[in-house]
Ligand binder design. Sequence first.
Ligand SMILES: [Zn+2]
Length: 102
Amino acid sequence: MKITQVKVLPIPVGARQKTAHCYFFLTGESIIENLQNRRNRPNKEFKALLGKVFEKTEFNQLWLDGHIKANWSQQCGCSCGCSPGFRLTGLYGKNIFVDVQY
Ligand SMILES: [Zn+2]
């Protein structure tokens, strides 16, 4: 699995979100595959890529120094479970969007 794009965007004003989130998108996946995989994301593979993700952001030193912790949550982006991702404690005001492909 390799990273094709990393985007850092501000958390929208008014969003009820306390810490930063990091969402992964598998590109090249069909809509059917996406629906099937939504509750079964390869989150261990995603976690192994986080170091490389942070290398592409301005937060790399915070990550290297251990100030940011990432915890996978199926309910990260939505309480219904449709938008899993990592909750990033120690980072505020931003969300990170990562495109990956096999
Ligand atoms: Zn939902």
